[in-house]
Ligand binder design. Sequence first.
Ligand code: HEM
Length: 452
Amino acid sequence: MKTDSDPTRRSWRIAKAPGGLPLVGHALQLARRPLEFLSSLPGAGDLVELRLGTKATYLPCHPELVQQVLRSARVYDTGGPVKEKARPILGNGLITSDWADHRRQRRMVQPAFHTARIATYAVVMQEECAAQAETWRAGRPLDVADAMQALTARVTARALFSTEMAPHSVAEIQRSLPVMVRGAFRRAMDPTGLVARLPLAANREFAAALARLHRLIDAIVGDYRHSGEDRGDLLSALLAARDEEDGGAMTDQEVHDQVMTLLLAGVETTASALTWAWHLLATHPEAEARLHAEVDEVLGGRVPEYADVPRLVHTQRIFTETLRLYPPAWMYTRTTTEPTELAGHRLPTGADLLISPYVIHRIPEFFPRPEVFDPDRWLPERAGEVARGSYLPFGAGSRKCIGDVFGMTEATLALAAIASRWRLRPVPGTTVAPRAEMSLTAGRLPMVPEPR
Ligand code: HEM
């Protein structure tokens, strides 16, 4: 990896984003063409000020500045209007909690993602990936986005709850989660808060889906609490967690909020990235051929399992590179809790910052030929080309994705299980363009499976 130059001696370029309008500032540009607009800003400076309405908001366009923000979680806390809108949906879990409470929560949830636990969840991943590959029919087009969403919803739900309640709960989560995610995104994007209050069918569907999910999670948490067994799943780990400082357990409401948070954070992100991976493979035959060669060699026709993951190195590099080009968490926010200084620029309390892995991952200074899908840029001998701290699909610091290993393992197993049986071909005439929604999605992606 490249090393940093001394940040104290650096002279940072501070700039204002061009083209703001009176009253709305840059809000329309951000709402209409977020990826194009944000990606145009690193050319202007290392720290760029834009206005959302009348409020100054900052986009750090250099990895050192992004790292500084993400690693100072007390000063740059999660916050702002997006978090306030997420609270009624997610309650007070890892994503919505403030800095002080987050530390305690993270300590409690972390053991559920311990390597030994991931190995257990990998059994579910292995079964579901093989089952997904089984349902496809040669020559019959399928919506890959839909298939990947179904796969990751089933994996996450079964990793969470492994009991006899699983079939019903998995079906309910598959039905209600996408409605909940769409509704949450609409609310996050509406600065007025009015859309949520209109008597629209979409709002009624959202409220019903949210109520069903809450009821389901309440019932399952109640059942687990009653039985007291460790079923080896995520929920058992959450219920068993004890705070190392005060020995306390999480309340049912706290566990409930963590479960909602894990569902919202874990399903669509992994599904979007997997969908992009299939699109990239179909349009990059050399990477696809090497994937096929690797899965044939490592698996020899077997269903992939956890122990295979370390040997599926090209498969992992494909997913790593997919996350660079199309990071599902394309933008997230922080708000300052006290006056501070970034890049030598004074920021007041309450200043909002936008962190965009999508923007950083496409700056040529940090990723040579950034538009090119090149899984080999992650070969150990080429790792020096990538500037330290510039690869951010899972964030950084104390709020870094808790499900990063879970997601990587799931995606590696899914790519290997499916690629060992199928080659996915694009349906002619389909145009694919990234859509910056709750995740960075490809929208519907019809493809035709061909047996290998
Ligand atoms: C490829 C898949 C994934 C990507 C790209 C991704 C990305 C991210 C990012 C960027 C963050 C940090 C956001 C911030 O700093 O504000 C995050 C946090 C989080 N992710 Fe993931 N994630 C993925 C998969 C998962 C999975 C599978 C789970 C759970 C099963 C999960 C659960 C969470 C949780 C709970 C948080 C909040 C962590 C905290 O604040 O302590 N994610 N994720």
